[in-house]
Design a binder for this molecule. Structure first.
Ligand SMILES: O=C1O[C@H](COP(=O)(O)O)[C@@H](O)[C@H](O)[C@H]1O
Length: 230
């Protein structure tokens, strides 16, 4: 299921989305004393992160993590962790806890097992999930071109899996669909005409192995609010 919210500019979208996220996180902290949020990387969320970082939220009770990460060092320009630290975890949001899904040098099965245990104890299920979408319809690092795509959609999947995309750089780590779909509030944040075209293509069929984002748009597994601006 989905609802589509369109905005006249990226700045207006970022402002509205930041307030929407703030409301959900505040409500979660009021109800259970803590909240968790998984954000996406890439180029789209920078402006949103800037707005969120200035909001007066109970950040010390909020844990932030990533829906997916490229297995690169923090110093790399492709590190989603670095993007989040430089653009979100500053000002008021500096008080938040960050759960690192990229830990250590190699993504071994032992590292994955430890991360899965920690994710279950510290962040899952997410109160807020902010997804992005690639031109190929990938979301998080559930890539249609990867050998691991079936594993990413297995109903009994572990929280995290290693992914090697055939058409994008870097080994990845990604939350699986089974765990992403349990998020209380799911947002798809996309901008520009080309992403709108990809979205329209995603809406015409429910084959999520061809376009993984479809799993968040069709059927009852997720209820996704799409935020789009030119
Ligand atoms: O590789 C990734 O790409 C997607 C989309 O990124 P964008 O630059 O087109 O906004 C992103 O959602 C994902 O987190 C990232 O690892």
């Amino acid at each position: 299921m989905y609802t589509l919210n369109e905005f006249e500019s990226r700045d207006v979208l970022d402002e509205k989305l930041a307030h929407h996220i703030a409301d959900v996180l505040t409500q979660a902290v009021n109800q259970k004393g803590k909240a968790s949020m998984a954000v996406s990387g890439g180029s789209t969320p920078k402006g949103l992160f800037e707005k969120l970082s200035n909001m007066p939220l109970p950040w010390s009770n909020i844990t932030v993590t990533l829906a997916d990460e490229r297995w690169v060092d923090f110093e790399s320009k492709d590190s989603n962790t670095r993007l989040v630290h430089e653009n979100l975890l500053k000002d008021n949001a500096k008080a938040a806890t960050f759960f690192h899904i990229k830990q250590g040098e190699k993504l071994t099965s032992d590292v994955l097992a430890t991360l899965n245990e920690q994710a279950l104890a510290q962040v899952l299920p997410f109160d807020v999930l902010i997804l992005g979408m690639g031109e190929d319809g990938h979301t998080a690092s559930l890539f249609p071109c990867s050998a691991e795509i079936k594993q990413g959609f297995a109903p009994d999947a572990q929280p995290l899996l290693a992914v090697q995309p055939a058409t994008a750089p870097h080994q990845r780590i990604s939350f699986s669909f089974a765990h992403l779909a349990q998020s209380k509030s799911t947002i798809l944040h996309i901008c520009g005409d080309s992403k709108k075209n990809v979205l329209e293509h995603a809406l015409v069929s429910d084959d999520h192995f061809e376009m993984p984002i479809r799993a968040f748009l069709h059927g009852d597994a997720a209820d996704t609010s799409i935020f789009w601006a030119q």
